[in-house]
Structures are given as structure tokens and as C-alpha cells.
Design a protein around this ligand. Structure first.
Ligand SMILES: N[C@@H](CCC(=O)N[C@@H](CS)C(=O)NCC(=O)O)C(=O)O
Length: 215
């Protein structure tokens, strides 16, 4: 039996999957590649993930690679049913997928344009500044929506679970991204408390420390 391999890169959206993998407790070989060095466009990597992106979860025994954060989260939750990444009941799992898809769409729609603003504007710096500035209030609006939903949930988590779930981890990362964009989030107590709960998870502390070490 070969271990699953998580291909990722530090301080990218791959960190979200790295955190979920850590919480799963599964024995996963985490391999870091450098986007700056172009490792994700190297022929060997493209045979694993033809999208040329991180993260990618390679399952050597099945001869399959899973990509896209909600799909990787789903596999991790299925492989580690007691991890709390997703609830075991069908409705709970569906609600978990709903939040994962929500976070994923916001990441692509609100956060990525800001982080890739120069790419989007063809290098036009002034236009890129406008794109970045427009992203901060939209990021805040997204987090305010999640904050209001959290206010109604038990345990202050998106699914009302005592354990930190995959959507909670994703939302915690979106809150961090929002802070990078300069969005005000201090007045969103539920989202802020959830992000703190996620950040205090021992497996996530260890995963982030490893990323810090690698640089
Ligand atoms: N939809 C993908 C997004 C993956 C993605 O955009 N990854 C970025 C890093 S944050 C990447 O690999 N970028 C390299 C490139 O596009 O050249 C997911 O859910 O994992």
C-alpha cells in the first residue's frame, strides 16, 4: 500500500488542504513544490495534475489524483470518518459540502482576483490597485454573511459540530486572506472566534509550523 501524496506549496490555497489533511490524522506524504520556481508546470508534475496547480491529492494505489478543495476535503472526510471534517449523516455532509462550495466560490470570485490583480489587468498597476481596493469590502460582505450564519449555530461552528470541520478550516483561511486585503473583520465576532478556534487546533498548528520552516 502506498501513502496518499498531497502536493502543495506553502502560503497558497494548498495550505487549506494541508490543514484539512493534518486534522484528518491520515498518514499522508505531504510534498511541497515551489510555484516561484515553476515546479507546478514541470512535465512530471503535469502528469500528476494536468491543471498545473496546487493542491493535488494523489492516490497512487487507485491511480487517481483528486483536485479542487471541496473534492479533496470530501475524500479526506470519507477516509477519516472520525476526524470531524464532515458529519457522518447525509444532511450534515450535504450542508458541509454546501459551505465548502460557498467558500470555494468566494475564494475564486472575491479573493483570487485581488491576489492576482496584476495578472487580471495585464500589468496595469493603477487598474490592479482598483481591483484590489474593490475586493476588500466584498471580502468583508462574504465574511459578514458567514458571521451571521455562525451566530445561529451551536458550538460557534458552521455545522454546529463540536469538532472543527473542513468548512470551518476553509472559512478560517478566508478570514486570514481578508485581513491581508485590509478588510475590517474585528467586528465579526463569530467568524473571528471560529478562526481562532481553527488556529488553535494542534494538528493545524503543527502543519503551519512545518510550512513556516519550509518558507
Ligand atoms: N480551484 C483550485 C485552485 C487552485 C489554485 O488556484 N492554486 C494556485 C495556488 S493558490 C496555483 O496553483 N496557481 C498556480 C498557477 O495557476 O499557475 C482548488 O480548489 O484547489
Amino acid at each position: 500500500m502506498s501513502k496518499p501524496i498531497l502536493w502543495t506549496s506553502t502560503r497558497t490555497s494548498g495550505t487549506i488542504v494541508h490543514s484539512m489533511a493534518a486534522v484528518s490524522g491520515l498518514d499522508i506524504d505531504v510534498r511541497f513544490i515551489s510555484l516561484r520556481a515553476g515546479d507546478h508546470k514541470a512535465p512530471d508534475y503535469l502528469t500528476i495534475n494536468p491543471k498545473g496547480e496546487v493542491a493535488a491529492l494523489q492516490l497512487p494505489d487507485a491511480g487517481v489524483t483528486i483536485t479542487e478543495i471541496p473534492a479533496m476535503a470530501f475524500w479526506l472526510a470519507e477516509a477519516a470518518p472520525d476526524s470531524g471534517l464532515l458529519p457522518r449523516d447525509a444532511i450534515g455532509r450535504a450542508k458541509g459540502m454546501e459551505w465548502l462550495c460557498w467558500c470555494h466560490f468566494r475564494m475564486a470570485n472575491v479573493f483570487m482576483p485581488a491576489f492576482q490583480s496584476r495578472l487580471l489587468t495585464g500589468g496595469d498597476e493603477a487598474a490592479a490597485d482598483v481591483v484590489r481596493a474593490a475586493a476588500a469590502p466584498r471580502a468583508r460582505d462574504a465574511l459578514a454573511f458567514a458571521d451571521a450564519a455562525l451566530a445561529k449555530m451551536a458550538n460557534g461552528t458552521l455545522l454546529g459540530t463540536a469538532q472543527v470541520s473542513a468548512p470551518d478550516i476553509f472559512l478560517g483561511s478566508l478570514l486570514r486572506f481578508a485581513t491581508f486585503l485590509g478588510a475590517a473583520t474585528d467586528d465579526l465576532p463569530h467568524a473571528t472566534a471560529l478562526a481562532a478556534k481553527v488556529a488553535a487546533h494542534p494538528a493545524i498548528i503543527a502543519a503551519l509550523a512545518r510550512e513556516q520552516e519550509i518558507g
